[in-house]
Design a binder for this molecule. Structure first.
Ligand SMILES: *[C@@H]1O[C@H](CO)[C@@H](O)[C@H](O)[C@H]1NC(C)=O
Ligand SMILES: *[C@@H]1O[C@H](CO)[C@@H](O)[C@H](O)[C@H]1NC(C)=O
Ligand SMILES: *[C@@H]1O[C@H](CO)[C@@H](O)[C@H](O)[C@H]1NC(C)=O
Length: 351
């Protein structure tokens, strides 16, 4: 006879397999973070009436029905606290660790940086003990360079728009403070993109004076110098909580954000021009996504993946609060980077 322990073990095994098999429906959220590591798109935290602690991933190495993306929730490996408006990026020796930095948290703010090892599925909250640790910033984004350094600019620093540049070396586990541009450049809700030539491009955000997108901020990580640029091309007004992804041919695709409704959601900053040039894209309006803000965008192959997209308003909401009410939509659309002008094939998918 097998012992009850054995049956329990089998049951747990069965449960885990069946959970892994079940299509998981994440809640709609804003102000979450996303990191792409080894074919997996990780989504961390976010806000939906309160800070979320979920850690989800979508395995993009396997093919799946786009209408049912197989989101997997890491359950008890989730973030030890609810968090939103934090920075998250990859790092470590082999780029396989997620670093979660700052942000609004549900629990007492003790350690500014938490790391999640995507191989061992373990969190580490005590990896950095450094006097250079920055003051607590919220509303930040980070970008990793080829040496595993995460650059973070701006953010919300206890009541002011920050113009600080902090650099987290994820291999040496230490912080450095970089030079700051002039104090008028403090901002939050902006994007930070690293070009292949080592220039960081800061776009939009809530800036003093509410500047439009024609004025962008640049930081050269090799020269350690700030500069600003007045762009050419179409004129775009302010934009906050948008996303920016970099294509292989050095174009920055900006999507959504809080902005003038007359400005298109999807705009492109071509950094192959000097000065950089803004333009818009012809997109099939029937399949276009709604306006989003506080979402995430990641480039995976030729796809820009936007997460998360709420139910379209025309879908009648059930009268009582239910899971369905919170059901979210993920969205995937294809982007042919190699041809110009490029076309979008947009796929709307409900999870
Ligand atoms: C569960 O996963 C297995 C292995 O990946 C697969 O063969 C099976 O079709 C899945 N079942 C369902 C109901 O999705
Ligand atoms: C966390 O990281 C530090 C620095 O690498 C290491 O010394 C410590 O053992 C780690 N803790 C855990 C629980 O992995
Ligand atoms: C880590 O990622 C950076 C940035 O994408 C890349 O340049 C570098 O080669 C990667 N390093 C390793 C060890 O994979």
């Amino acid at each position: 006879m097998y012992s009850p322990i054995f049956y329990f073990f089998l049951f747990v095994l069965f449960l885990r397999c069946s959970i892994a098999n079940t299509s998981f429906e994440p809640q709609v959220r804003n102000y979450h973070s996303s990191v792409y590591i080894e074919n997996k798109l990780y989504i961390l935290g976010g806000y939906n009436g309160g800070p979320l602690n979920s850690l989800l991933y979508l395995d993009l190495s396997i093919s799946f029905n786009k209408d049912h993306p197989p989101w997997f929730c890491l359950g008890y490996h989730g973030i030890p606290f609810g968090v939103f408006k934090a920075a998250a990026s990859f790092g470590g020796i082999d780029n396989s660790t997620i670093f979660l930095i700052g942000g609004e948290r549900s629990e007492k703010e003790i350690n500014y940086v938490y790391s999640f090892n995507t191989k061992s599925f373990t969190w580490n909250d005590s990896l950095i003990n450094d006097d250079n640790t920055p003051k607590w910033h919220v509303d930040i984004q980070g970008v990793t360079d080829r040496n595993g350094k995460i650059y973070i600019y701006g953010g919300w620093l206890s009541g002011i728009r920050s113009n600080e540049l902090s650099i987290l070396d994820t291999r040496r586990l230490s912080w450095k403070t970089g030079p700051s541009p002039d104090s008028q450049s403090g901002r939050y809700g902006h994007t930070i993109t690293l070009l292949s030539n080592g220039i960081i491009v800061i776009i939009g955000g809530y800036v003093d004076g509410g500047g439009g997108l024609h004025e962008i901020l640049l930081y050269d990580i090799n020269e350690r110098k700030w500069s600003s640029m007045i762009t050419q091309g179409i004129k775009l007004s302010y934009r906050i909580y948008h996303t920016a992804i970099l294509t292989n041919d050095n174009r920055i695709i900006v999507y959504g954000g809080t902005k003038n409704p007359l400005d298109p959601d999807l705009v492109v900053l071509d950094t192959n021009f000097q000065p950089f040039k803004w333009s818009t894209l012809e997109v099939n309006a029937i399949n276009s996504p709604p306006s989003l803000f506080g979402h995430t965008a990641n480039l995976v192959g030729d796809y820009m993946i936007l997460a998360f997209v709420p139910e379209p308003p025309e879908v009648p909401k059930p009268p009582v609060k239910s899971n369905r009410y919170f059901m979210s939509k993920g969205m995937i659309f294809q982007l042919f980077c190699e041809s110009a002008p490029f076309t979008f094939h947009l796929y709307l998918s409900s999870i």
